[in-house]
Design a binder for this molecule. Structure first.
Ligand SMILES: [Zn+2]
Length: 313
């Protein structure tokens, strides 16, 4: 009896102390916090923005969309395998150089399945055999002679970190508030895989928006109105979205606050892949409002084709 109690206690302690990665993380104190994204930002300089499709894949619709949402029920949506893609994005700043959003897919995933640096329980859930890879990150970067100055992670779920291990160890990896330091039960299963995917000694920074972890925050990262990082907690504790002004309307990168085109159009959050539904809904509502207040050209759901906004009205 005592042994069983002790074991249960041990398990509780273990789960309470489990972060998404056990790698060291440093705080990054943002200087240019702003309350809101300006209605018409006037960047001193313009970012060149590009989306790259790294792979096609498929996963459960019940993970991607909250099928219990009344809108999903009314549409008769049922769980099934849904086609998805894995993207990464290029942020080319004329003065500060090129940054990535998310890390694409590493070369090892094109090779022998046994070499994949992900534990077998997680692998059995993710079906890596269905991954159809178009571009691996390192090859893409060297082919295009890109010297990466930093990576922003929309969040640290495995499908966003598949190319991180290949990158130079000096490259800063930026994540949202609480993304590393918040402890969650699920991390018990994924921590080892996340550690391996981020690679040895990653140069990991957790952005601090100077707010409560449950609050939405906006950061003018370069301080010149060219690139806004938005803290949108809910899908994961430190989920991030990005607003990139462009001359003909802005790009809005949602990350996995919304995975699908249907989810964006209907304002319905992800399903079982999201850790805090209420908070995810609040963040998605905030992002949806930008469609009315700001000139958007394209919206990029986490795992499906971008949606054209301007010119479609
Ligand atoms: Zn994802």
């Amino acid at each position: 009896m005592f042994q069983r109690l002790a074991f249960t206690f041990f398990l509780i302690v273990l789960t309470l102390t489990c972060q998404v990665t056990s790698h060291q993380v440093k705080p990054f104190l943002a200087e240019k916090l702003t309350e809101e994204i300006p209605l018409s930002p006037k960047p001193k300089t313009w970012i060149e923005f590009q989306v790259i499709k790294a792979a096609d894949w498929e996963t459960s619709l019940a993970g991607l969309l909250d099928l219990e949402n009344p809108k999903a029920k009314a549409a008769g949506l049922k769980d099934r395998l849904e086609p998805i893609s894995i993207y990464f994005y290029l942020i080319k700043h004329p003065k500060y150089g090129t940054f990535l959003i998310d890390s694409g897919v590493g070369d090892i995933f094109t090779k022998d399945k046994n070499e994949i640096p992900i534990n077998s329980i997680v692998e059995s859930q993710l079906h890596f055999s269905k991954l159809k890879i178009y571009e691996t990150t390192k090859v893409y970067l060297s082919k295009n002679k890109i010297d990466v100055k930093g990576i922003f992670f929309t969040h640290l779920h495995l499908d966003h970190t598949l190319g991180a291990y290949e990158l130079d160890r000096s490259v800063p990896f930026y994540v949202g508030p609480g993304e590393v330091t918040k402890k969650q039960f699920i991390n018990l299963f994924v921590q080892g895989s996340t550690n391996r995917l981020l690679g040895e000694n990653p140069n990991l920074f957790q952005l601090d928006f100077g707010k409560e972890p449950s609050e939405i925050g906006v950061l003018d990262f370069f301080g010149d109105e060219s690139f806004y990082v938005i803290s949108v907690p809910g899908h994961t504790p430190g989920s991030l979205a990005f607003f990139i002004p462009a001359k003909d309307g802005a790009h809005l990168v949602l990350g996995d606050s919304c995975h699908t085109q249907w989810g964006w159009k209907e304002g319905v959050t992800p399903g079982t892949f999201t850790s805090d539904h209420k908070l995810n809904q609040k963040s998605l509502d905030y992002l949806k409002r930008l469609e009315n207040t700001n000139q958007l050209k394209f919206v990029y759901p986490g795992h499906q084709e971008r949606i054209q906004i301007l010119g479609k009205r």
